[in-house]
Design a protein around this ligand. Structure first.
Ligand code: SF4
Length: 374
């Protein structure tokens, strides 16, 4: 199934479908993949917004949204995975590789603090020279030096590489990280959880079941994790819908322990894959469909990193949270532009009639509704 049809001005979904789905999403009942596909093809933007709003209202007050300021610290650009959509990585023998020292990492965190930020996400490549001790030592030291900062220590994809390199099972590696104080290994690196997609674009990274096994082990060890998705490559609608369906079944299985879901858009500049940027309208429509389908994830996050202040429109398409990024070389290398004029971004939210609140980190574990909903 192609993705083109919705952008020839959909005329509106069948009234019977809208009535049925309206009742379903308000009750938290699962919307089938077939109904989601029909919605995508036929619903107007306003219809998608309305349904996403009903789904969002189960968890959050209509005009409330939250955010925080966050730096993504890319501690190394060395990577052997060779994803064709990535403009960031360098092979180990390239002339422009780097590995940040502890003090260089701290300088990045200091820069975040100067912006009033409170969260750091670490994200690097699959560096064949770094053993698990390197990560444990780095994370332990930064947590000790910055007790007021919360950390997303690594992503599931990086965790998988480290465990394999160390010849540890995922359970063994997760136990090591958890015992050292690691709290979060987030769902980064998921992009599209579909083995055909993975074979086309990143055959060296993982197979989908392997990714989910790793995330199971992370959650099983008591750490937190999240769901993510990236759209705008060449993925089919079936691949996108399959990703969301897989994710919600996984969330059922792990008892709601995925705290949030973040969807962002592929940046095509300077990548081997190339292509063009996804239109904003398609991103917003997709966010709405995510909110409608992901009936068991409390927080849906919209991406300022890849859509700048226009991402805040996503808060009227089902999302309820975002971060204001201070840096992320991975997306910046592929064309993302980061503004430190945070007031301008927040003004876009106020113009939408939203009450924006700076938030504390989400707690590890099953998510709670922010108001009287589920
Ligand atoms: S996306 Fe991540 S895993 Fe893939 S090449 Fe880039 S740094 Fe490596």
């Amino acid at each position: 199934m192609t993705l083109a049809s919705p952008f020839t001005a959909p005329e509106g979904a069948r009234p019977a479908l809208l009535t049925t789905l309206g009742a379903q999403v308000a009750a938290g009942a699962r919307v089938s993949v077939a109904d989601a596909a029909e919605l995508w093809a036929t619903a107007t933007d306003a219809e998608l917004q309305a349904l996403a709003g009903r789904a969002r209202a189960r968890f959050h007050a209509e005009d409330d949204a939250t955010y925080l300021k966050m730096a993504i610290v890319n501690y190394t650009n060395v990577c052997v995975a060779r994803c064709d959509y990535c403009a960031f990585y360098r092979f180990p023998d390239a002339p422009d590789t780097y590995l940040l020292s502890f003090e260089q990492v701290c300088a990045r965190i200091d820069a975040l603090l100067a912006h009033g930020g409170t969260m750091v996400g670490f994200n690097g490549g699959f560096h064949p020279g770094l053993g698990i001790e390197h990560y444990l030592d780095l994370f332990t030291r930064v947590r000790a030096r910055y007790p007021g900062v919360s950390f997303y220590e690594m992503t599931v994809a990086e965790f998988m590489f480290v465990a394999k390199r160390q010849k540890l099972s995922y359970a063994e590696a997760a136990a090591r990280f958890a015992a050292s104080g690691t709290r979060w290994i987030t769902g980064g690196g998921a992009e599209i959880l579909d083995d055909h997609f993975r074979l086309r674009h990143s055959p060296g990274k993982y197979k989908v079941e392997d990714y989910l096994d790793a995330q199971r082990a992370i959650l099983g060890a008591g750490m937190g994790s999240t769901g993510t998705m990236v759209i705008g490559f060449d993925e089919s609608l079936d691949e996108r819908l399959g990703h969301l369906d897989r994710l919600r079944h996984f969330q059922d299985e792990v008892g709601g322990r995925l705290t949030s879901f973040l969807c962002w858009t592929y940046k095509p500049y300077h990548t081997e894959l190339g292509g063009s940027e996804l239109p904003l309208r398609e991103y917003l429509r997709w966010l709405a469909l995510c909110r409608i389908m992901l009936d068991n994830i409390v927080h849906i996050r919209t991406s300022v990193l890849t859509r700048n202040e226009s991402a805040l429109l996503g808060l009227r398409y089902g999302a309820n949270d975002f971060d204001l990024p201070t840096e992320d070389e991975v997306t910046q290398k592929a064309g993302a532009t980061i503004s430190h004029d945070f007031d301008a971004v927040l003004a876009a939210g106020a113009a939408l009639g939203l009450r924006l609140r700076y938030r504390a980190p989400f707690p590890v574990g099953p998510g709670q509704a922010a108001h009287g909903g589920r």
